[in-house]
Design a protein around this ligand. Structure first.
Ligand code: HEM
Length: 161
């Protein structure tokens, strides 16, 4: 039963459970740390965050703006995880996030980088097995495919096609 693939997300029930349990263990501090790592690993991603301009590493680490960004991300990801069983709602939620970022000229590539780093991060801060890490990879690949697809549509609309 747990191994039957949900055709909407491409995930099995066991994979969804693994991701839900892992996500539930991610506290605010973890996500703040993830964001700090994201910005230090990918300075070009940080460059999109104009409100963080001028902060050095030490100031960034304790910045309330960094914490606020982390909270935004956390709420967004939580809404995805909470709706893994409702693909129609999930797609709308992801499309909304895509539109908010498309307006800021953010392409799928930074999402791909952020997601790949996130899986590594989970492995670093939690005691997770290979199954859970692969479940995260599969989940984020599904999210990324919706983002990429929707960005294409938005670009076509912008081009006037
Ligand atoms: C699943 C992944 C992500 C989620 C759920 C997410 C969610 C959000 C939310 C909820 C906001 C605030 C609402 C808004 O202003 O639209 C936001 C703002 C923002 N996000 Fe993301 N985001 C994600 C990934 C990324 C990535 C990969 C980048 C890389 C450049 C990024 C860059 C930004 C920027 C620049 C802002 C505006 C910050 C500001 O106004 O100060 N986000 N994001």
């Amino acid at each position: 039963m747990g191994d039957i693939v949900d055709p909407g997300t491409g995930l099995t029930e066991r994979q969804k459970t693994a991701v839900r349990e892992s996500w539930a263990k991610m506290g605010k501090d973890n996500i703040v740390e993830f964001y700090f790592r994201l910005f230090t690993t990918f300075p070009h991603i940080r460059a999109y965050f104009k409100t963080l301009d001028g902060l050095d590493q030490d100031a960034l680490k304790i910045s309330p703006k960094l914490r606020a960004h982390a909270i935004n991300f956390r709420h967004g990801v939580s809404s995805f995880i909470d709706n893994l069983d409702d693909i129609e709602c999930l797609v709308i939620l992801i499309q909304k996030v895509t539109e908010n970022h498309f307006r800021r000229n953010i392409k799928p590539k930074p999402f791909e980088e952020a997601f790949s780093l996130f899986t590594t991060f989970v492995g670093d801060v939690q005691e997770v097995d290979e199954f859970t890490l692969n479940a995260w990879k599969a989940t984020l690949a599904t999210v990324l495919s919706v983002i990429t697809e929707h960005m294409k549509t938005l670009e076509e609309q912008t081009d006037g096609h």
